[in-house]
Design a protein around this ligand. Structure first.
Ligand code: ADP
Ligand code: ADP
Ligand code: ZN
Ligand code: ZN
Length: 763
């Protein structure tokens, strides 16, 4: 099927043509990508794959698409700047399926996101008993269907009495913890001087009646309270009810931030007592199909719900039930059958979210689109990678062009056409080093070709544990009361298919039991828009001092938010212009040419370089440039975690999830005696980078740390000292420990999926 031999100068609409692409590190890349094929982009991390596929092709396709709309609609859409390239032709309508968190508010669920919820609502409306006729009655996002108590959220926020009072104290001693109810205040007088309660009695000694009066009492004579200059009469109202009415149910934006934070500290979120989390009102919940309400359906695992739908034999209902079933089968096929429709999308992992987005498009009959995927194998056990591969092919077979950035050899093998970007990362990358078939790539002399040929070698010696970190009776999410011991002083890898409970065990239950452990994940780094690797690693202060000392000036001059900053862009390197009715437009600052500092500051040099020159250096260059040990070590730490290609001054907001995780690791490298938990650290890593990562993990262990990694990458699994394998399947079919032991022992047991795949991997 592959038309991989398209000449590099062919035009016409059979291929997408890029000429002279220069985004980030791309070196005038000129390339044809055959349409209606599955093209996989490979290359080491930082080689320029995303710069080419997402920042050039996808951005240009979205920009061209937006340009086809009228002015009014265009202003509602995100703005795309034209990517730096001489020409990009023959793009088609883009669909970007990335790993950005699905997010969404608490009203967004797996069911609403995939549209299956609306099919099921229609089914209940027309075929439920008693029949209700109206579809919106089953929508928790519609006033006609929602539970009035929680307004369709399934959860309510209530005041936790134990957080608003200190039972060991009396009212006189300040038992009420709400800051504006302090002793002497009018609010405090309502309780302490109303005659209803003894202000000297510790709350712990209250009778149930007194307790009720304090928290929920009402009625009776008004209470006279004195304020600074006058006095007023207040209705008596229990503390919990009063704070709820005045501070919780009120529009919080009208409260000071300090008070909002104080109130938030009194609240607990719990299942709505009226609907028990079902989100719907009693009328909607009374309607049933197959003895179950729509909320029961939403709570079931998708795999089980398919069975319920299959049992519907009413011919009138069959078409709708069949459509819902097909949609659910697609979800189950990509290994997400363990999810339920009522799962809030905000709790999904990046990989789960991306696969759900993928399903949404499979139902589409649109053709001629260009799909963009970012490492769709993320989060998948080798068992399930093949299924994602078939879905990508199915999209292609529907007449679409499918572009995928991927590191997994099993996905690369499915490509009609592979584009390998390299040869290295950052300034050493940005070129197309190979294009052709997978078979040709395996023979190619590139890092990817070599990686694909390299034989995986099994280890035979394993570190001896120094101690034990037991986790007992863990029951979080799907965990079935598991007890397991994490050995210390070794590298432990937690394996299992997606949804088997790896994260629930290693980041949930384990971290709860051992809160001092360091969790290194891929979440964004809470930092300002000015944060860079240099600020994150603490390089800026010593660097400013060095420049100041060498030039006999004040260190403050070398800060991009000080007097030394370029005045036209305030040290941002870019000018942000507000345009009426439009999003602000960001343009390159001409005055400093993006260098952020005044000319006079840039004239100050340290070993021939200006401060802007240093910030433009990659971490690897900087490690060579710094002669000062502390600075060199920090730059080297970035190299050690595989981020040697990052420039010191690059905004942290441009980093991918995997890069963020590795930079977090970089600041930890010199610690010892710690316990680290890492969730899928190979995300975004090329085969050759995985070796670097393993070296790094080994180094952490050798320094006396304990390292626990959730990972499905077999090149990491084989390097473990100890494996904890969860399964046997995902969701309620998982949550058990199916194996613990060394990789050699895993290879010897039969019946473990992970073992089977490891055996194949080791050939
Ligand atoms: P890959 O996708 O192959 O891992 P990228 O395309 O993300 O590589 O990165 C290629 C190079 O461009 C790297 O040196 C990276 O640091 C740099 N880069 C990526 N995004 C940005 C950005 N928004 N601004 C500046 N440099 C960037
Ligand atoms: P793994 O890490 O092996 O992919 P997880 O620990 O993420 O598995 O998930 C195990 C089970 O727990 C799955 O059934 C999943 O749907 C469920 N689960 C995970 N996170 C949440 C959550 N935040 N809320 C509800 N269920 C969850
Ligand atoms: Zn409710
Ligand atoms: Zn400027």
């Amino acid at each position: 099927t592959g038309s991989h031999s398209t000449g590099s100068h062919s035009t016409g609409s059979h291929s997408i043509r890029i000429v002279g692409a220069r985004e980030h590190n791309l070196k005038d890349v000129t390339l044809d990508i055959p349409k209606n094929t599955l093209t996989v982009f490979t290359g080491v991390s930082g080689s320029g794959k995303s710069s080419l596929v997402f920042d050039t092709l996808a951005v240009e396709a979205q920009r061209q698409l937006n340009a086809t709309f009228g002015w009014y609609i265009r202003n509602q859409l995100p703005k795309y700047e034209r990517p730096d390239a001489d020409a990009i032709d023959h793009l088609s309508t883009p669909v970007v399926v990335d790993q950005k968190p699905v997010g969404g508010n608490s009203r967004s669920t797996v069911g609403t996101m995939t549209d299956v919820h609306s099919m099921i609502r229609a089914l209940f409306a027309r075929h439920g008993t008693p029949s209700e006729g109206l579809v919106s009655r089953f929508s928790f996002n519609d006033p006609k269907g929602m539970c009035p108590e929680c307004e369709g959220l399934g959860q309510v926020r209530r005041i936790d009495p134990d957080r608003v009072v200190d039972r060991t104290k009396s009212l006189d001693e300040g038992a009420i913890l709400v800051p504006w109810y302090r002793v002497g205040s009018p609010e405090w007088q309502l309780y302490a001087t109303s005659g209803r309660l003894d202000p000297a009695k510790p709350l712990a000694q209250y009778t149930p009646d007194e307790w009720h009066t304090l928290l929920h009492g009402s009625g009776g004579p008004k209470v006279k309270v004195s304020t600074k200059n006058s006095s007023l009469q207040l209705n008596y109202e229990g503390l919990v009810d009063r704070v709820t009415r005045l501070n919780v149910k009120r529009d919080v934006s009208t409260m000071s931030e300090k008070n909002q934070a104080a109130v938030a500290a009194f609240l607990v979120e719990q299942l709505c007592p009226a609907c028990d989390g079902a989100r719907l009102n009693p009328a909607a919940l009374a309607t049933r199909i197959d003895g179950r309400s729509i909320a029961d359906w939403a709570r079931m695992e998708i795999g089980d719900l398919i069975g319920v739908l299959a049992r519907i034999d009413d011919p009138a209902a069959a078409p709708l039930a069949g459509a819902a079933r097909t949609a659910l089968e697609r979800i189950a096929e990509i290994g997400l059958g363990y999810l339920s429709l009522d799962r809030a999308t905000g709790t999904l992992s990046g990989g789960e979210g991306q696969r759900l987005k993928l399903v949404r498009h499979l139902g589409s009959t649109l053709t001629g689109m260009t799909y963009f995927f970012d490492e769709p194998s993320t989060g998948l056990h080798p068992r399930d990678v093949g299924r994602v591969g078939s879905l990508l092919r199915a999209l292609r077979d529907q007449g679409n062009t499918v572009l995928v950035v991927e590191h997994d050899p099993d996905v690369i093998a499915l490509a009609d056409h592979v584009v390998d970007v390299g040869p290295g990362a950052g300034v050493n990358g940005g070129e197309i080093v190979f294009r052709g078939t997978y078979e040709e790539l395996r023979a190619a002399d590139t890092l990817t070709g070599r990686g694909l040929r390299a034989a995986a070698v099994a280890r035979t010696r394993f570190r001896e544990p120094r101690g034990k970190l037991p986790v007992e009776n863990a029951a979080l999410h799907n965990l079935k009361d598991v007890s397991v011991v994490f050995p210390t002083g070794v590298l432990t890898v937690v394996t299992g298919v997606a949804g088997s409970g790896k994260s629930s065990l290693a980041s949930g239950a384990f971290m709860e039991r051992y809160p001092d452990a360091v969790y290194v994940d891929q979440s964004p780094i809470a930092a300002s828009s000015r944060s860079t690797p240099a600020t994150y690693l603490g390089l800026m202060d010593p660097l400013r001092k060095l420049f100041a000392k060498a030039n006999g000036v004040a260190p403050g001059l070398f800060s991009a938010n000080s007097a030394g900053a370029c005045e036209d862009c305030q040290g941002r390197g870019a000018v942000i212009t507000e345009v009426a009715y439009m999003d602000p437009v960001t343009t390159h600052c001409e005055t400093c040419d993006g260098r952020r500092f005044k000319e006079s500051v840039l004239a100050h040099r340290l070993r021939g370089k200006s401060v802007a020159d240093v910030l433009e250096m990659s971490a690897r260059e900087a490690a060579g440039y710094f002669e000062e040990r502390a600075l060199r070590e920090k730059a080297t730490a970035l190299v050690d975690v595989g981020l040697g290609y990052l420039s010191l001054g690059q905004s942290l907001s441009t980093l991918s999830g995997g890069e963020r995780q590795r930079i977090k690791l970089a600041v930890q490298l010199n610690r010892s005696g710690s316990v680290y938990v890492l969730d899928e650290p190979t995300t975004g890593l090329h085969m050759s980078d995985v070796a670097t990562l393993v070296t790094l993990l080994d180094r952490l262990v050798d320094r006396g740390n304990t390292v626990i990694v959730v990972e499905h990458n077999l090149d990491v699994v084989k390097e473990a000292d100890w494996i904890i394998d969860l399964g046997p399947d995902g969701g309620k079919g998982g949550g058990e420990i199916v194996f613990t032991g060394t990789p050699s022992e895993l290879l010897a047991v039969h019946g473990s999926l992970t073992g089977e795949h490891l055996r194949r991997h080791l050939g």
